[in-house]
Write a protein that binds this ligand. Structure first.
Ligand code: GLY
Length: 302
């Protein structure tokens, strides 16, 4: 089982680390992993051969930040955290986001592995998608839910990383990081850096994050929808399921379009749902790291 950053982050987290540090660090580990083809360094390029990354981080509607379409800094969540903590803005994009990162002491990093470059060249020559291709979205995610810790993640192949955490003091945080769809049209941005779409956190209510086809998640403001469902009295499983149902009702997904959602309520309970089989999440707690199937959707059923 791939544990992403959970093993590294866990000891510090249970020793009293904050949820916001935990979600950032979990994402950073995967952003550095050359074997993950949909996040950070290992991410597959866009149609022009450039790897661009998106990400966001959120503690509350008053503490949040995001970046999109960065070409020179793989740690999207770290730059998003700088946006949250050191700017009066919410979302920075493109070259200006890279420049912001430089100005705030984050050095540029190599952004495309040799393997990703070869897969892009193959796609350009014959249109072939890599085996993981769009289907990589079938398996993804990280969730941290330390009610004294907790986390979740996905085995390889990964799509977006979405990580949620609640720390010993009860503070929640979430983070999301992705290189987006493989070979995407240059300039395309999905749900991951958009607050309310790929991620939403509201203290006292809960948090949600999504993975899969970002256009579908954005079409229903998926993560906000899930947290609103919690506010209405749904449990986390029902809240996650509502997002998948709404997408099916209004967004006309293709039969093979995957979307998955994980939800963490303020009381530490969790729920998850996926549109198609294959999605996995990793939940970390005092009991250890557990790779789990979603509560709804495995096997294609609700
Ligand atoms: N869910 C990631 C993306 O569509 O970019």
């Amino acid at each position: 089982m791939a544990l992403g950053g959970h093993e590294q982050v866990w000891p510090q987290f249970v020793a009293g680390g904050s949820s916001v540090d935990a979600v950032e660090e979990v994402c950073r580990v995967t952003e550095d992993d050359p074997s993950v083809d949909s996040v950070g360094y290992g991410g597959l390029p866009d149609a022009d051969g450039d790897v661009t990354v998106d990400g966001c981080i959120m503690c509350s509607p008053k503490r949040l930040g995001g970046v999109a379409a960065m070409r020179h800094h793989r740690h999207a969540v770290t730059v998003a955290r700088r946006v949250m903590e050191q700017s009066k803005h919410l979302l920075l994009v493109g070259e200006a986001a890279d420049e912001f990162a430089e100005r705030h002491g984050i050095e540029a990093t190599p952004m495309c592995t040799e393997k990703a470059r070869q897969l892009w060249e193959q796609w350009r020559s014959d249109g072939s998608m890599p085996p993981q291709g769009m289907d990589r979205s079938l398996q993804s995610h990280q969730q941290v839910r330390p009610i004294q810790g907790s986390e979740g993640e996905v085995e390889c192949p990964h799509d977006t990383i979405g990580t949620l955490a609640i720390d010993c003091s009860g503070s929640m945080a979430g983070a999301c990081s992705t290189s987006g769809m493989p070979f995407k049209t240059p300039g395309r941005v999905g749900d991951s850096p958009i607050i309310g779409h790929g991620l939403y956190v509201e203290p006292g209510v809960g948090a949600a994050t999504a993975t899969g086809v970002g256009e579908l998640v954005s079409a229903v403001c998926g993560s906000f929808l899930a947290v609103e469902a919690l506010r209405e009295g749904c449990n986390p499983i029902e809240a996650a399921g509502r997002v998948i149902e709404r997408i099916d009702e209004v967004a006309s997904p293709a039969a093979d379009d995957q979307v998955a959602v994980i939800v963490l309520a303020a009381d530490g309970s969790i729920g998850s749902a996926a549109r198609l089989p294959g999605f996995r999440l990793l939940v970390s707690s005092e009991q250890g790291h557990q790779c789990m199937s979603p509560d709804l959707g495995e096997g294609g059923a609700g």
